[in-house]
Ligand binder design. Structure first.
Ligand code: NAD
Ligand code: DAU
Length: 332
């Protein structure tokens, strides 16, 4: 049994991880989360037992971080500013949290000798052509496009430097696009589902040819636990579930599954610098650590996600109007 400190555990993927850990292991979990607009305490509702503690605070608060590292056997670092569109509008918080916040955690890991796992993204590798035969691997050169992905790339490089120069016991994982419950309505899939529920037409950026490699958040959680358990210190592991689809196909599938005509959506202004395609080769994680995804069927996972948003309107409704007002200002 270990005591895990999970940063960003009130966000989308962090909260899925906390639920997964409490259900499948006997670890104790402490969440450190600032509860920004993206954090939601209700994503952790019902977990108030002796194995779970919630602390509201900033990962860049060195004093608070130091006291929490003193109590932890391992840290899983999810906290980040995570949305590309916000980073194009106001990059500064991305530098504060993704760079300075990660630096603050690494310094604490160095002082306390704490096992550290850094959660990152496939976006650090830039994008691929639609017909590129190669997918991203652990040795693909970094080539980030947006303020978001460049700060995530910077945070990965800090982790690598703290491993090499200071001997911090860290691993890194770079995962593809997640879907599932508890995702903020600013993101592509929940935005379109909640638009349809509200009677708003889904919004597709540009022609919708951009490809994302979808993985269920629960598969991301099992991969992170596998790396914590069996990963080699200093190594990077790519996490993906062979789920490539273009955005147009995903919008049309959402409409079909929600009983609407497949063409009942609008094309809107494209994202500046929009990455064309992400695709993950997760062979290293599968062959060296024996991990495999459980949610192979995207249609079934999407249907369950649609049902979750139908059943949990009280969870997402408070964010919906402000999110749509933000997009309306950008013509999106
Ligand atoms: P999210 O935006 O849903 O959640 C981020 C969480 O971090 C929120 O709860 C927020 O309150 C918290 N947070 C933000 N700044 C903080 C700070 N300074 N101190 C403490 N807490 C803070 O993000 P997400 O989609 O769950 O992503 C989680 C992590 O996974 C990120 O590191 C992201 O880069 C990475 N990732 C995301 C995806 C994806 O598809 N969403 C894919 C691969 C990797
Ligand atoms: O690849 C991993 C990344 O996936 C993570 O690092 C990020 O934190 C996460 O936000 C996600 O980034 P994307 O930019 O790919 O996700 P987003 O949900 O914002 O958009 C997915 C695709 O859908 C992208 O091509 C843009 C498009 N899109 C998005 C929105 C919000 C639309 O066409 N319409 C929309 O309304």
């Amino acid at each position: 049994m270990s005591r895990l400190l999970v940063t960003g555990g009130a966000g989308f993927i962090g909260s899925n991880f906390v639920h997964h850990v409490l259900e499948h292991t006997d670890h104790e979990v402490t969440v450190l989360d600032k509860l920004t607009y993206a954090g939601n305490r209700d994503s952790l509702a019902g977990l108030e037992d002796s194995r779970f503690t919630f602390v509201q605070g900033d990962i860049a608060d060195a004093t608070l971080v130091d006291s929490l590292f003193a109590e932890a056997d391992a840290v899983v670092h999810y906290a980040a500013e995570s949305h590309n569109d916000n980073s194009l509008n106001d990059p500064r918080p991305f530098l504060d949290t993704n760079i300075i916040g990660t630096y603050t955690l690494l310094e604490a890991a160095r002082r306390h000798g704490t096992r550290f796992h850094h959660i990152s993204t496939d976006e650090v590798y830039g994008d691929l052509e639609l017909d590129d035969p190669e997918r991203f691997t652990e040795s693909t050169p970094y080539n980030p496009s947006s303020p978001y992905s460049s700060t995530k790339a910077g945070s990965d490089l800090l982790v690598r430097a703290w491993v090499r120069s200071f001997g911090v016991g860290a691993t890194i994982s770079n995962c593809s696009n997640n879907y599932g419950p508890y995702q903020h309505v600013e993101k592509f899939i929940p935005r379109q589902i909640t638009n349809v529920i509200r009677g708003i037409r889904p919004k597709l950026y540009g022609a919708g040819q951009n490809v994302r490699d979808w993985i269920h958040a629960d598969d991301h959680s099992s991969a992170v636990l596998t790396i914590l358990d069996k990963g080699e210190l200093g190594e990077t592991y790519l996490i993906g579930a062979d789920g490539e689809r273009n955005n147009k196909d995903v919008v049309e599938l959402i409409l079909e599954q929600m009983g609407q005509p497949r063409d009942a959506y609008d094309h809107v202004t494209d994202r500046a610098g929009h990455d064309l395609r992400y695709a993950i080769d997760s062979a290293k994680l599968r062959t060296e650590l024996g991990w495999a995804p459980q949610f192979g069927d995207f249609e079934a996972g999407l249907a369950a996600t649609i049902q979750w948003y139908r059943d949990n309107e009280a969870w997402w409704a408070p964010s919906k109007d402000a999110t749509e007002a933000f997009y309306a200002k950008q013509g999106q």
